[in-house]
Design a protein around this ligand. Sequence first.
Ligand code: TYD
Length: 419
Amino acid sequence: MSYRTHENCRACSWGPPQGPGGIKSASTDDHLESVLNLGVMPLPNAFRRNGESCPGHYPIDLVVCPRCTLGQLSVVVDPLVLYDQYPYVTSSSQTMRDHFDNLWLALNFEQKIGSVVEIGSNDGLCLEYFKSLGAETVIGIDPAQNLNKVARKRGINSLCSLFDRQSAEMARAAMPPIDLVLARHVFCHVDNWQEFINNIGVLCSKDTLVCIEVPYAQDMIDSCEWDTVYAEHTSYLTVKAIQYLLDGSALKLQGIARFPVHGGVIGLLLRRRDSDKPRSGTVQQFLEGEHCAMADWKRFAAKAWSQISELRDLVRTLRQQGKTVVGYGASAKSTVWANACRFTKKDIAFITDNTVAKQYTKSPGTDIPIVDEGALTRELPEYAICFAWNYFSEIYEKEKIFRDKGGRWIVPTPKVRVV
Ligand code: TYD
């Protein structure tokens, strides 16, 4: 089986006690509570061509820790199934370039950054950008063979490996003292956090700054971004949970920076416990402003179900009126929406995407074809659902012809609206 259940909280270990040899004792009611059970779902990035085999469906049940408020999935899919061939590439959109600029500025405000190790470096785009902004020595670590090739073509030194002790030691040996360890959108994909934090420790000297960029569970709850609940995202992080996790580890939480991309992300700034840098006031501010108790998670789930019905009903009504509806952006989120709403190509004629590796495949779990971006203006459908809603303002400007010819946008998140 390529997945296993995970019954204890990844941050604070809350859950049934593990008996000798890891066998569960049935003697307690302590458990993580299910708040959003989406049933079985395909892997959201498993875009396949006709005849290519599909890696199957997996239970997607978001469970929450009553002690530290962490959200996590009840199962963990084997990372080799998820990441061996991965079509997700860091978007080279203006929105992302702006984000890299902001990130670079925020990190250089902390200290001057000359050498960078990026964990989960994808196709090397962020490191390439950081080099252009002044980083002198960079190295990436990423398990996807296809993406490593692209990174190397870009001139980015890249280790093709999951991030483990061995790859951490190799990176450390290949680098001068490391100023920055960057992990963008990889932490919430990782199962064993203690091990991950320990391996980051291998890369750190007393002066190393660590930045772990993660989607923020508070933003996900507030903006009802339930469509980010899928197999790769094994955890939904709160600051309270990271506090529990780091308690007793070699790293401490020194500060938190907020960025507006991907529906709201935070950069957790960590340092070795023996670093002289004092903790910034931002940590306390976040802890005081956080409202991610069980009742908040449950309200979020209730809203998610009403959003699903709303989009399904809107699309079915439009189809009954003879209108054509398409999707824009074959994001992982698009797969979640299409499967939760049980859409087929009768509902959504196609989904456009500018990622070559996704074009002329099918949306995982449905028969909806993925096509090139130009299809929007070639076909001029009446409605397009923006499944890349995190880039909507950029896309809205870019697709002027669609608008001018009467096309209307449906933006599904944070609430279904027609623009
Ligand atoms: P993204 O939101 O980055 O991620 P996820 O898969 O985690 O939900 O995905 C956005 C998708 O939208 C990606 O496949 C690229 C595509 N896209 C376009 O097709 N055109 C665009 O102008 C932009 C900005 C994105």
